[in-house]
Design a binder for this molecule. Structure first.
Ligand code: COA
Length: 327
């Protein structure tokens, strides 16, 4: 049996810090309201930076941590919902910047579930023998789709990138033990951002809506969805892995709101400290949030051999998923 072992992580966090106090100057809100309702105190903004630049920084760090050169990669997957171009994809740009071989390079647009989905694809390639070593990068420049006059969204989101390197191993009980991903497209309007407008190309005045590219969110509906979807994703991944809730050392959830983290801790009878949280400092970085956590945990020395980790993501689509990883 071949498994996908996590052999390296890396991240690229922008320097610019957007605090709640700064947001108080921009929209009608308060630090107290934001902290109470979301748990976020500050977030990073990658001003004048391409998504591929963040992806490259994270990828280079992950490859260095894994101790392998880019030419050992067999596949590059980039998760982003904020690419620099509709085409070419970010993964192809990264293949060139890393001087990797001419291997498969795919973008995965699965919003905040993207890192989970990309890991699912990486694991499938590795288990089938099609790839031995896969780079998964999640990179987001969400400020480009945020309306900084909309107080219900601008307080939540931040920029960042992180990466993971997975490699085939035949050691039993190591690596990705199970994955689960799903979508419920009926909730597409709850979190929505237009890519290209539908229009009559021959009309004399092609209307331009300057706000069309911004993310629109129905926050309460998203909270209701996460309360249902996240336990379903975790339960399914645990069951597929044959892992009991008591065996979990860490849950690493998408950093969307503190309330869902409390739901997870209660449901699996976990002490709150076992649900990893860093949203105070980064906000919601969409698909980058789970790997940013993993990388931060590694750097803090919180990850040790033998641990069982459950990662879960959820977001626009609506999409949701989880995987179980043994270190
Ligand atoms: N500051 C102050 N007041 C705000 C505000 C802000 N930043 N944002 C919204 N409000 C106001 C609303 O206008 C509303 O006022 P009203 O009652 O006068 O109309 C009031 O707060 C309550 O709004 P509501 O949307 O019901 O608040 P909420 O308790 O649901 O919290 C979110 C809003 C966005 C924090 C919450 O819905 C949430 O966390 N949603 C999930 C978001 C998420 O996870 N998205 C990404 C998924 S990947």
């Amino acid at each position: 049996m071949i498994n996908s072992q996590l052999i390296g992580t890396g991240s690229c966090i922008p320097d610019f810090v957007l605090t709640n106090a700064m947001l108080e100057q921009m929209v009608d809100t308060s630090d107290e309201w934001i902290v109470q309702r979301t748990g976020v105190r500050e977030r990073r903004i990658a001003k004048n930076t391409h998504t591929w630049e963040l992806a490259l920084g994270a990828a280079q760090e992950a490859l260095a941590d894994a101790g392998i050169p880019a030419d050992e990669l067999d596949l590059i997957l980039v998760s982003t919902c904020t690419p620099d171009n509709n085409t070419p994809n970010t993964a192809s740009i990264l293949q060139d910047k890393l001087s990797a071989r001419q291997i498969g390079a795919l973008d995965i647009n699965n919003a905040c579930t993207g890192f989970i989905s990309a890991t699912d694809v990486a694991d499938s390639y590795i288990k089938s023998g099609k790839a031995k070593t896969v780079l998964v990068v999640a990179a987001e420049t969400l400020h480009r789709i945020i309306d900084y006059t909309d107080r219900s969204t601008c307080i939540l989101f931040g920029d960042g990138a992180a990466a993971a390197v997975y490699r085939a191993t035949d050691r039993e009980g190591i690596g990705i033990q199970s994955t689960f991903i799903a979508a419920d497209g009926a909730g597409a309007d709850y979190l929505h951002m237009q890519a290209l407008p539908i229009e009559d190309p021959f009309a004399s005045d092609r209307p331009v809506d300057p706000k069309a590219r911004f993310l629109k969110m129905q926050g309460a509906a998203v909270v209701r969805f996460t309360a249902r979807a996240v336990p379903l994703a975790i339960d399914t991944a645990l069951q597929r892995a044959g892992v009991a809730a008591e065996e979990i050392d860490w849950v690493v959830p998408h950093q969307a709101n503190l309330r869902i983290l409390d739901v997870i801790a209660k449901r699996y009878h976990l002490p709150r400290e076992k649900v990893y949280v860093n949203m105070e400092y980064f906000g919601n970085t969409s698909s980058a949030s789970v790997p940013i956590c993993l990388d931060e945990m590694r750097k803090k020395g919180l990850l040790c051999e033998g641990q069982t980790i459950v990662c879960t993501g959820f977001g626009a689509g609506l999409t949701y998923g989880a995987f179980v990883l043994k270190l």
